[in-house]
Design a protein around this ligand. Structure first.
Ligand code: ADP
Ligand code: MG
Length: 481
């Protein structure tokens, strides 16, 4: 048997996942402690991503930093890992957290807390999660007992600070994640206030996939002599995401969406809309068409927000209709598609929305609907990303199309798929399945689906004929001219 030369396999994997990074690196080369390397190994990571390879040594050297890297490329671990080693020395004191991580949404704060638990499992570090919409009792108790890391949304942090439940003058390490969002109009007064309470000699780190120049200029006022790490040009699209735009009339958006949900091999999708009312109405409409969908937006109470996200993560629903509250940072495994039901008004949001797919080396597809009123917004997106998003055309369709008889509408069929269906299909006899499940007779290939990861690899393969015998959908004729 021929032996591979040392590192060949991992290097190959690395190059294909992160082709921009030519040099081969190990986590062990980055200066992390053995306990931490064990936790990294347990997480299943074989090699650092480019942002991790560049940021971790600098964080360990206590540098201030601006870290810019594409969505889904592991920015969280690039600050959480070195922080754990830095905090391993030193002791906690009541009311005085030793470090602070700021996040724009509660869900994202909770997700970073999960990361801390995962990577810090071999360390004796205490953490408190300070987010709004939930009771303060446990948060106050944790603060009283002393914490090494505070992970917070600004509102709740300010609230507890003003009540005297927390002192920030012992906090020598600050991370502002999604920094451009945190330093925009809405959040900036809070951030300025919080920073004014932190010690002046501290280490400050900012991370994001987007960084508009005026915001970066402002950001520098919070930093001293920062190292700037930019893995890819800010706001550049992740190369694992195949993006399309679809020119469509406003009133045809829903029908177009349903067609794509049924015929583009959607496993799990997040659908973004610009308005909360659209989110609510679209979710209702999808449910009435038999889709397993849920919703998340800022007008919901926190318990419902968490519940819907959990249902989505667990695969009870495979479609999440969302406002931009879910656009930043959320890391849900296996999101195969992102749909922009409306083109986002702020072009940076486009990068973050589509970045909910194509994470950690997986592939994803992103569709942006462009009606007349979205015209200016899409132009801004293309200007920011410096790419012309291709129009979805016949060649991109994943099912066989037949010529459309004049005036016919796309055929409808129920398709409330949930992510866990493969498992359930093994246990549930066919006749016992809920009526809402998609009819499988037409989809023999789907029954024999290989394991998820293998399937993702072949995502771009054309679909053999026979899966779609309906008329050609009208939207394909729009803008193909
Ligand atoms: P970002 O903040 O850059 O959008 P995240 O930190 O949320 O990305 O990480 C995205 C996903 O990549 C997570 O599921 C995480 O577990 C995974 N990940 C992080 N680092 C690595 C690595 N070195 N190798 C493989 N997967 C990784
Ligand atoms: Mg992130």
């Amino acid at each position: 048997m021929r032996h591979r030369c040392e590192g060949e396999f991992t290097r190959g994997l690395y190059a294909s996942r992160y082709p921009e990074n030519r040099k081969h690196m190990n986590f062990a080369d980055l200066g992390l402690s053995p306990e931490l390397l064990k936790a990294v190994e347990a997480a299943g990571y074989s090699e650092p991503t480019p942002i991790q390879a560049q940021a971790i040594p600098a964080v360990l050297m206590m540098r201030d930093m601006i870290g810019i890297a594409q969505t889904g490329t592991g920015k969280t671990a690039s600050f959480v890992l070195p922080m754990i080693d830095i905090l391993a020395n030193g002791r906690r004191r009541a009311l005085m957290p030793r470090s602070l991580i700021l996040e724009p949404t509660r869900e994202l704060a909770a997700q970073v807390a999960e990361n801390f638990e995962k990577y810090g499992k071999n360390h004796d570090l205490r953490m408190a999660l300070l987010i709004g919409g939930v009771q303060m009792g446990d948060q106050v108790k944790a603060l009283n007992e002393g914490v090494d890391v505070l992970i917070a949304t600004p509102g709740r942090l300010m609230d507890l600070f003003e009540r005297g439940k927390i002192l920030l003058n012992g906090c020598e390490l600050l991370v502002i994640d999604e920094a451009d969002r945190m330093l925009d109009m809405g959040f900036i007064p809070d951030i300025e206030f919080i920073c004014s309470k932190l010690p002046e000699t501290r280490q400050t780190m900012l991370f994001s996939a987007t960084m508009p120049p005026p915001i970066e200029k402002l950001a520098k006022t919070f930093l001293s002599n920062p190292k700037r790490i930019e893995v890819n040009r800010a706001a550049s699209a992740n190369e694992n995401i195949t993006a399309f735009k679809i020119n469509v009339k406003s009133r045809a958006k829903r029908e177009t969406l349903r067609w794509l949900l049924q015929h583009d091999h959607v496993e799990t999708a997040i659908i973004f809309a610009n308005r909360k009312t659209t989110v609510r109405e679209l979710n209702k409409s999808l449910q009435s068409h038999g889709f397993a969908s849920g919703e998340i937006h800022g007008d919901m109470d926190q318990t419902s927000r968490i519940r819907e996200l959990e249902r989505f993560k667990a695969g009870e629903i495979n479609i999440l209709v969302a406002s931009d509250v879910a656009a930043r940072g959320l890391d849900v495994k296996g999101v195969s598609h992102v749909f922009n039901f409306d083109t986002p008004w702020h072009p940076d949001d486009y990068v973050h929305r589509v970045g909910r797919t194509g994470r950690a080396g997986a592939k994803g597809r992103a569709f942006t609907f462009v009606a007349e009123e979205d015209g200016e917004a899409i132009a801004n997106v293309e200007k920011l990303t410096k790419t012309k998003i291709p129009v979805f055309g016949k060649g991109d369709v994943r099912v066989e199309l037949v010529e459309k008889p004049a005036g016919s509408a796309p055929e409808e069929k129920p398709a409330g798929r949930s992510r866990s269906r493969d498992e359930r299909d093994e246990e549930t006899p066919r006749e016992d399945r809920p009526a809402r499940k998609p009819r499988r007779e037409k989809e023999p290939r789907e029954e024999r689906k290989p394991a998820r990861s293998a399937r993702q690899d072949e995502q771009d393969d054309p679909v053999p004929a026979g899966e779609w015998n309906g008329p050609r959908p009208g939207f394909l004729d729009v803008g193909l001219g």
